[in-house]
Design a protein around this ligand. Structure first.
Ligand SMILES: CC(=O)CC(=O)SCCNC(=O)CCNC(=O)[C@H](O)C(C)(C)COP(=O)(O)OP(=O)(O)OC[C@H]1O[C@@H](n2cnc3c(N)ncnc32)[C@H](O)[C@@H]1OP(=O)(O)O
Ligand SMILES: NC(=O)C1=CN([C@@H]2O[C@H](COP(=O)(O)OP(=O)(O)OC[C@H]3O[C@@H](n4cnc5c(N)ncnc54)[C@H](OP(=O)(O)O)[C@@H]3O)[C@@H](O)[C@H]2O)C=CC1
Length: 291
C-alpha cells in the first residue's frame, strides 16, 4: 500500500515532532488538535527545530521551506478523511483516544490505516473499538522525535500483514529503525524505562538523594544523557504516571505501584517542562530543583 498523506491527531510535543519528520521525508501532513493555540505552538516548534537543522547543515533552506509547505493544520477531525495513514498522538488517556477514534472513523476511507502513538495502552483493546482492527496498530515514536532513531511497531491481535509492512516502510522512509514489540502493557521501551524513572522518584521520596544528586548520579555514574528526574520532566509527569498506572493495572503486580510523590506532582499540575514546573522549576535559568 502506498502511503502519501498522513493525518496526525494531537499537536503536543510528540505530534509536532511526528509532523516534522513525516513532512521532511516527503509526506503530506495534516495536523489536528482541539486547540488553535496548540496548533500554533506546534508549528512554531517545527519551524524552530527545522531552522536548527538548517543552521547545523543537516538540511537545506529549501528542505525547510518544502517541509513547512507540506504541513497543514486543522481543528476539524473530518479534514483527516483523505489521509492514507492516521497517527493518533493525543493525551495518554484511553477515553480520550477512544473518543477521537469514534469521531474520526465515519470520515476515513476504507483503506486508511489507523495507528496510535500510545506509550502503554493496549493496542488490541483500542483496535477492538474501531471498524478496522486488522488495519490498526501501535506506531510508537520516541521523544525528541527528530533525534531519536527508534520507532516501536506493535501489532494488535488482529493486525494484518499488509498493515504492518506498510507501517514498517514508513519508518524506513523516515530514516528510523523499527523494533517490533508484542502488545503487552507499555511494550518494550517503557516497560523497562518507566519503572526506572518511578524508582528514581521513590529514591527522592524516601530521602535517599535529592533531585540534583539523583540526576547527577545517573548521568555521571551510569552515563545516561539525562538524569531520570530530568527525563521524567521532559516526557511529562502526567504521561509517566499514566504509563505506571497501565503497568500496575495491566500486569497486576505491586512492583509497578506509582510512587505517591509522582502522583502528588501530577495533582499539583507540576507536569514537567510543558507546565514549566516539575522536579525542576524551568521558570528560572538554569532550572532549579524543586526538592
Ligand atoms: C515516554 C515514551 O513513550 C517513550 C520515550 O520517548 S522515552 C524518552 C526517550 N528519550 C530519551 O531518553 C532522551 C534522553 N536524552 C537525550 O538523548 C539527550 O539529552 C537529547 C538528545 C534530548 C539532547 O542531547 P544533548 O546532547 O543534551 O543536547 P544537544 O547537544 O543540545 O542536542 C543534541 C541534538 O538533539 C537536538 N535536540 C535537543 N532537544 C531537542 C528537542 N526537544 N527537539 C528536537 N531536537 C532536540 C539538538 O538540536 C541536537 O541536534 P543535532 O545533533 O542535530 O545538532
Ligand atoms: N512525552 C513523551 O515523551 C512521549 C509520549 N508519547 C505518547 O504520545 C501521546 C502524546 O503525548 P505528548 O505529545 O507528550 O502529550 P502532550 O500533552 O504534549 O500533547 C497532547 C496533545 O493532544 C491534545 N489533545 C487532547 N485531546 C485531544 C483531542 N480530543 N483531539 C485532538 N487533540 C487532543 C492536547 O491538547 P490540549 O493541550 O489542548 O489538551 C495536546 O496538544 C501520548 O499517548 C503519549 O503517551 C509517546 C512517546 C513519548
Amino acid at each position: 500500500m502506498d502511503i502519501q498523506k498522513i493525518g496526525i491527531v494531537g499537536a503536543g510535543q510528540m505530534g509536532n515532532g511526528i509532523a516534522h519528520v513525516c513532512a521532511l521525508a516527503g509526506y503530506d501532513v495534516i495536523l489536528n488538535d482541539i486547540s488553535q493555540d496548540s496548533l500554533d505552538a506546534a508549528m512554531t516548534t517545527v519551524r524552530k527545530n527545522l531552522e536548527r537543522q538548517v543552521s547545523r547543515e543537516k538540511i537545506t533552506q529549501a528542505d525547510q521551506d518544502a517541509t513547512l509547505g507540506r504541513i497543514s493544520t486543522t481543528l476539524r477531525l473530518p479534514d483527516l478523511g483523505a489521509t492514507d495513514l492516521v497517527i493518533e498522538a493525543a493525551t495518554e488517556r484511553e477515553t480520550v483516544k477512544q473518543a477521537i477514534f469514534e469521531d474520526l472513523l465515519p470520515h476515513l476511507q476504507p483503506h486508511t490505516i489507523l495507528t496510535s502513538n500510545t506509550s502503554s495502552i493496549s493496542i488490541t483493546r483500542l483496535a477492538s473499538r474501531t471498524d478496522r482492527p486488522e488495519k490498526f496498530m501501535g506506531f510508537h515514536f520516541m521523544n525528541p522525535v527528530p533525534i531519536m532513531k527508534l520507532v516501536e511497531l506493535i501489532r494488535g491481535i488482529a493486525t494484518d500483514e499488509p498493515t504492518f509492512s506498510a507501517c514498517r516502510k514508513v519508518v524506513e522512509r523516515l530514516g528510523k529503525t523499527a523494533a517490533t514489540a508484542e502488545d503487552f502493557p507499555a511494550f518494550i521501551v517503557n516497560r523497562i524505562l518507566m519503572p526506572m524513572i518511578n524508582e528514581a522518584v521513590y529514591t527522592l521520596y524516601e530521602g535517599v538523594g535529592n533531585v540534583k544528586s539523583i540526576d547527577e548520579s545517573m548521568k555521571l555514574g551510569a552515563n545516561h544523557p539525562m538524569g531520570p528526574l530530568e527525563l521524567a520532566d521532559f516526557i511529562g509527569l502526567d504521561t509517566c504516571l499514566a504509563i505506571m498506572n497501565v503497568l500496575h493495572d495491566g500486569l497486576a503486580d505491586t512492583k509497578y505501584r506509582p510512587c505517591p510523590l509522582l502522583t502528588k506532582y501530577v495533582e499539583a499540575g507540576w507536569l514537567g517542562r510543558k507546565t514549566e514546573r516539575g522536579f525542576y522549576d524551568y521558570r528560572q535559568n538554569p532550572p532549579v530543583p524543586t526538592r
